[in-house]
Design a binder for this molecule. Structure first.
Ligand code: SF4
Ligand code: SF4
Ligand code: SF4
Length: 190
């Protein structure tokens, strides 16, 4: 029985590039994101509700704007430490997970994970964090890719397929033709 097909589908990929050399840690991106996602929109600007947070590493005199990637059940058992130009950075500094290891990316009242939604579905909408960044540390790009994806036959296809298996395609086709004729007759009587 046919259960799934695969094929190439076009997919829009939105990217925000972060230039750490340009970021000065002003945190305007946090405020813009929080305000855009407030309910009603722009009614508050609490950074702890933002889906982008500036991770501050004072040891390294470094600020990293990280977008949230959503809920993680557990903190990592093994973590990497990156050495960049002689300075050490913890993996957590670049991680967008709302995990038990820290308070970042959790809605302060409910504790639910916050996740960046790229400010909606419209690829032409420049995300608010990018719009507000006066240092051009954030840049937005949209690309179209062709990806292999499994396409599940919808329910009607599955239903027709099983009817055809049971009664034969000819019987199904003549039944459909009969029903179409009856439908046309009803329309004519109206
Ligand atoms: S608005 Fe730009 S410069 Fe300011 S913290 Fe965010 S990324 Fe950095
Ligand atoms: S913040 Fe990220 S890297 Fe660090 S423990 Fe949590 S999931 Fe792992
Ligand atoms: S893209 Fe939108 S939702 Fe994501 S961090 Fe930026 S402002 Fe927030």
């Amino acid at each position: 029985m046919k259960t799934a097909m695969s094929g190439l589908v076009k997919k829009i990929v939105k990217t925000i590039k972060v230039d750490l050399d340009k970021c000065n840690g002003c945190r305007a991106c946090e405020i813009a994101c929080a305000a855009y996602h407030a309910n009603p929109r722009y009614s508050s600007f609490n950074p702890s509700r933002a889906r982008v947070r500036v991770v501050i590493d004072e040891r390294n005199d470094e600020w990293v704007a990280i977008r949230s990637t959503g809920y993680a059940k557990a903190e990592c058992d093994g973590r990497r430490v990156y050495t960049i130009k002689g300075k050490e950075y913890s993996e957590c500094s670049f991680c967008g997970n709302a995990c038990p290891a820290r308070d970042l990316f959790k809605e302060p009242d409910s504790g639910l994970a916050l996740k960046c939604d790229m400010c909606g579905d419209d690829p032409n909408q420049i995300p608010l964090c990018v719009q507000i960044c006066s240092r051009d540390a954030l840049t937005y790009e949209v690309t179209e890719k062709e990806v292999e994806e499994q396409i599940k036959p919808n329910e009607m296809e599955i239903g027709l397929e099983s009817l055809a298996d049971r009664y034969g395609l000819d019987k199904i086709m003549s039944a459909v033709a009969r029903m179409a004729q009856q439908g046309a007759g009803v329309e004519a009587e109206r």
